[in-house]
Design a protein around this ligand. Sequence first.
Ligand code: LMR
Length: 400
Amino acid sequence: MFERLERMPDDPILGLMAAFRADPDARKVDLGVGVYRNERGETPVLEAVRKAEQAVLTRQSSKTYVAPAGNAGFNQAMERLTFGDDHAVLKGGRVRSIQAPGGCGALRVGAELIRRAMPEATVYVSTPSWANHVPLLTGAGIKLERYPYYDGATGGVNFAAMMEALDRLPERSVVLLHASCHNPTGADLTEDQWREVLALVRRRSLVPYIDMAYQGLGRGVDEDAFAPRLFAAELPELLVAVSCSKNFGLYRERTGVLHVVSSTPTSAEAILTQLVRIARTLYSMPPDHGAAIVHEILTTEGLRSAWLAEVSSMRERINGLRREVVTQLNKAQSLRDFSFIERQKGMFSFLGVNVDQVRALRERHHIYMTDDSRINIAGLRSENIPYFAEAVAQVLGAAS
Ligand code: LMR
């Protein structure tokens, strides 16, 4: 039977990882997959993670199953990290959470829940959005449509076009929103714009599904959670998929959580039984290790403050790189003004070059980025920014 299966094309993001590893050139620069890197180009284990991991392993006395909903202490600590300690929605008992295998697992469990609740549901995602949103959501059997988001001319959000499109959606449409550090553009909504989106969502009876994969890497841990906190305070229903891959550096441990806000504690309880059944049919139970580490960090005062400091230093490094890359790009050529990169947030920006120029950067200069010209800012280092800027100037045909 397998002879009928054709070879799949490479994943647009993960395929680049393999190509980069195979490139022997010493000047190569990996701006592909979205992982944080330090000034030495490493993706380090955070100190808070290392200490928490030791504590977890010392205490661990069994490898027996935890539960389909995962680690209850982790779920609770993540609810407080997402919504804030004293949020009314937590006090009102209207949130239920399920630990999931990474942000991807959380997104998929949420999509399965939406299909169970509304088999005809359509989810609307921004243009552009993270490449994996499409297979993750449609794989659950829900329809996917688009709404306009990015304005290539300004490097910001085309808010008028976005609002106009959302205003035309049928009631109970699901709208996927990026809490912060929009992937792939880095263009985020302002707090005032979030308030306008909230008013529209309420007026049009839409269901927000928020993806928060970079909490702390944009403006700050609390600031980046502005949208889920605001929406949970004002709306009866909401889904939030959270990843711990980037802000805890736990990529391979597959650590994430799905929060579902519902109108009453009774319906929230019913939803939890649905979530548990979905997990049971997909993977039965999530992996334990990463969630145990996050739980240890968030509930141990010294570790929590150490982690917050590490998140701040990752964020500051990214913002410093943004400033430096704008300076160097604008110095190396005069055809384009790249200052929009400094206004954007998180790990990603669209460079705004075409696919031939992306290929030229890869083939001639060993600089790797996805075909849509998304760059992982955290993949740059002070020492290779001039090389990168000069290469971009050359492919733009404007070297000074
Ligand atoms: C990315 O966007 O590069 C990351 O979220 C990693 C991934 O799985 O795609």
